[in-house]
Write a protein that binds this ligand. Sequence first.
Ligand code: GDD
Ligand code: MN
Length: 379
Amino acid sequence: MPSLTEISPDQHAPPRTKGPELAVIVPTFNEHDNVIPLVDRLQAVLGGIDWELIFVDDNSPDGTADAAWDLAAQYHNVRCIKRLGRRGLSSACAEGILSTNAPFVVVMDGDLQHDESILPAMLAKVRAGADIAVGSRYGGEGSSGEGLSPIRQWGSTLATRLATLVAGQELADPMSGFFMVRRDLFVDVAPQLSAEGFKILLDLVVTATRKGTAPAIAQVPYVFRPRHAGESKMSPLVVLQFLGLWLSKLSGGVLPTSFLLFALVGFSGVAVHLTVLWLLTSVVPETFLLAQVAATIVAMTWNFFLNNSLTYADRKLHGAKLWTGLLGFYVVCSMGGVANISIASMIYEARPAPLIAGLAGALMSSVFNYAVTRIFTWK
Ligand code: GDD
Ligand code: MN
C-alpha cells in the first residue's frame, strides 16, 4: 500500500471555476487502512472530471477520520465529516450528500468492494438524463463475484425480490450500496428518508416514486469485490432493520420502522414470557402467581435490551442512563399492562369474543408502550 508521501497532489484536475460536478460520498466505520488506496483508485479513473470526495466517519476508533484528514491536507478535493455520538450507514450517506452542492453525487463503500472503474459510465448515464445510476451486482455481466458468502448471496436474492415488490419497478440490484443520483432529487426526498439501516437506495426509489414520478433508473453492471482490509458491519441487526424498513414501506409509510421493530420485539417477548412461565410452573406447579410475575419481569427486561440495541440502535442508552431507562421501562410497561387489561375487558363486556378482546388489548398496550417510551426512554 502506498504511503501518504508517495501520492502526488492531483495536478491534472481541471481548474476550479465553479463547484465540482461529482461528489463521491464514502461512509466509513473502521476503514483506516482503506482510505489511501481508495483515493488512489479514484484518482486513476476520474481524470478529466471535476470531482470531490467526502468521507463521513462515525468517530471510528481506528482513527479513520485522522487518515482522511491527512488526505484532505494533500488534496483540495478531499474532506471528512466526523460525526460524534451517532452511528448508521444511511444517515451518514444522507449527511454527506447534503453537505455538497455538486449536481451529481455517488455513494460508495470505503472498503474497495465497489468497482470504481464504472464511475465514468455512471456519470455518463446521469448526464444523459437518468435520475439514478445504480452499480448493479447482478444485471448484465455484473456479478457478486467473490464478495458474498453463500448465505449472504441467498439473503441478498431474497431481499432483492422483496425490494422489487415495494419499489414498484424492476431493479437488478435494489440492495446496492453503490449508486449515483441527481443531487436535487435526493434533497427533495431527504426529509422523508429513514435514517436507519443500510438500504438507502431502496428507500430513495420508493420515496421518490410515492412523491409522484418514478425515477428513471439506469443500471451499470460490475463485479462486487472482496473487502480490502477490516471487517464488514453487516449483522443480524442490519437484517432486522431492513425487514422493518420493508414493512414500513409496504404500509405506505403509515407505520414507522421503529414501531414495527418495537412490535417485533414485543412478539419475541411474549415467547420469552411463555417459556419462562412454562419452565417455572413445571418445576414448582403451586406457584403460578409468582411464576407469572417472574416471567413478566424477564420478558420486560428482554424487551428493553432488545429495543435498546435494535429498535433504537441509533440512540442506544449506555451507562447510568441504561439503568434508569430500564426502571422507567418497567413503569411504562406496567401502565401498558393496565391499559391492556382494561381495554380488553371493556371490549369483552360489549362483545364476548375473547380473541378480539385480547388482540385489541395487546395492540393498545403496544401502541401505548411505544409512544410513551419514545418520549421518555429513547428520546
Ligand atoms: N459512517 C458510517 N457509519 N459508515 C458505516 C457504518 C456506520 O454506522 N456502517 C458501515 N459503514 C460503512 C463501512 O465502513 C463501509 O465503507 C460501508 O459503510 C459498507 O459497510 P460494510 O460493512 O462493508 O457493508 P457490506 O459490505 O457488508 O454491505 C455492502 O453490501 C450491501 C449489499 O449486500 C454495502 O454496500 C451495503 O450498502 C449493501 O447494501
Ligand atoms: Mn463491504
